[in-house]
Design a protein. Sequence first.
Length: 360
Amino acid sequence: MLDNPSMSTSQDGASKRGKHKIFLGYAPGVGKTFAMLDEAHRRLSRGQDIVVGAVEPRGRHAIDEQLQGFEIVPTLEVNGFPTLDVDKIIARHPETVLVDRLQASDGQRARWAEVDRILDAGINVISTLDARHLESLHDALKDITGAAVEETMPDRIFREAEEVEMVDLTPQALLNRVKRGDVQLVGPTPEWFTEGVLSALREIALREVAGRIDRDVDTFRKGAKIEKPWATRDKVMICLSPTRASLRLVRKGWRLSQRTHADAFAVFVEDKSADEQTKKLIRDDFTLAERLGIQTVTLHGNAVDEIVRYAKQNNVTQLVIGHSSRSRVGEIMKGSIVSDLLKQLRAIDILVVALDSSDK
């Protein structure tokens, strides 16, 4: 018999991992903490057992008011920093715990790692995070803001969260909040807190959320065995030739992706061991693709089968391919790759591009 009746268990009696929801923003002051507490109040009114693990009002009266009515598990003081009391939270074992500033660290323990422990104990977590603290964005953010992000969090935590909700606000509205004193920043206002930089940070956060939605749609389609692509976001697949340079194809596919704001990737299918000439052609094609920021992929097997499989699995909406190099007689005897693709990929737009052997 369980010590706590609210503890989640699977059919075999083992404790199940808790679910994680993240309220994502792009900068302090957009309203992540308020949104988290607002949702927690709704859940509390429905009878859910919710406690506060770590929320720092920092003089924000609206947050103080929102905290009214919640049971608060006192934090530990480590190096002058409020740290989650994970042992006490697990012993209390509520249905859900609220954790502000997921990226925070006391210098010894990272808050996201402690949240991982809480989730492993079968407790749900609702947390807040700015996208700029994702580890993979560290270099890009340093280039944009001119300052290194001190606290980062592995992207894995973000990817594994069951739900992410974007808390959005225009940069101008955020700056107005700061001017009115509605936002209490830690320390002086950073130099990068300008409309231009905030717009860039906002775009990055929106892209992270859009990427998650895209993956969720792909996962659903695969689980439901839906082969027909859903054009929720354009994806351009550039099919490289093993017999001649495909630089024109790469450029054409890149321009198409730029016009439609689509993701693009260059695909080469290796159906046999490539000779040195083929290796050089593909190396040159891949070099150009990578220079343009296009993802490169090498597949192995029958060209038509692999292109069809990859296009369906990855929700491709547009395919770019060169004219067949076979003669009319060759097409009659062996068939045309383009013709085969047109028959099997009826839901995908196929652009056939003229090529010549001197393409550079």
